[in-house]
Design a protein around this ligand. Structure first.
Ligand code: ZN
Length: 185
């Protein structure tokens, strides 16, 4: 399951969606609420192409540092932004992957982290992003990338056809959970 965080971006996300559409593949997008409000059409397109749309909080705060009521306020704000776009988020990825009992108790969606971190945000290097995936990949993996960097777009252009050629089936995180008989990751 390829996952893209921190978007939507009208340029990067749309370019990744073009590749997914071309190869009949899907990914999961963990969108940030304030960007959902800015670019609702990109979110609509993610959903229209059969991709999973998840929440990545309203403005990327560290949820470990928030109180229960602050988390609830964030959830409300995110839901309002998604409702305006006409898309319902089906899972939640906490910013920085940071969770605790308070987060679990106050976010009403399955919480999904990842198993392979490409570090695309740090290296900003197309080849290194591709190499991290190919070096670490096994069945059932959830791969973390960010649909706000051009290098990540360039990596998608090569990765998606490459993975399909090697026989991998690209699925959303919810499809993966169902296939692996897990209720959540
Ligand atoms: Zn993030």
């Amino acid at each position: 399951a390829l996952t893209y965080d921190d978007g939507p971006s009208p340029t990067a996300t749309n370019a990744i969606l073009d590749v997914l559409e071309k190869y009949n593949a899907v990914a999961t997008f963990y969108d940030v609420g304030y960007r959902v409000a800015q670019y609702p059409d990109v979110v609509k397109r993610e959903a229209a192409l059969g991709c999973e749309v998840g929440s990545h909080s309203y403005d990327h705060k560290d949820f470990k540092k928030l109180s229960a009521s602050q988390i609830q306020a964030d959830v409300k704000q995110v839901n309002a932004a998604f409702a305006k776009a006409g898309v319902k988020p089906t899972s939640f990825r906490p910013p920085y992957g940071n969770t605790n009992a308070t987060v679990h108790a106050n976010v009403p969606l399955p919480i999904v982290t990842w198993s392979v971190d490409t570090l695309d945000w740090k290296t900003r290097n197309t080849q290194s992003t591709i190499d991290e995936v190919m070096r670490n990949l096994k069945d059932g993996d959830i791969i973390l990338m960010h649909d706000i960097h051009t290098q990540t777009v360039d990596a998608a252009l090569q990765l998606i056809p490459k993975l399909e050629e090697e026989g991998y089936q690209l699925v959303t995180v919810s499809e993966m959970a169902a296939a692996k008989n897990k209720t959540r990751y």
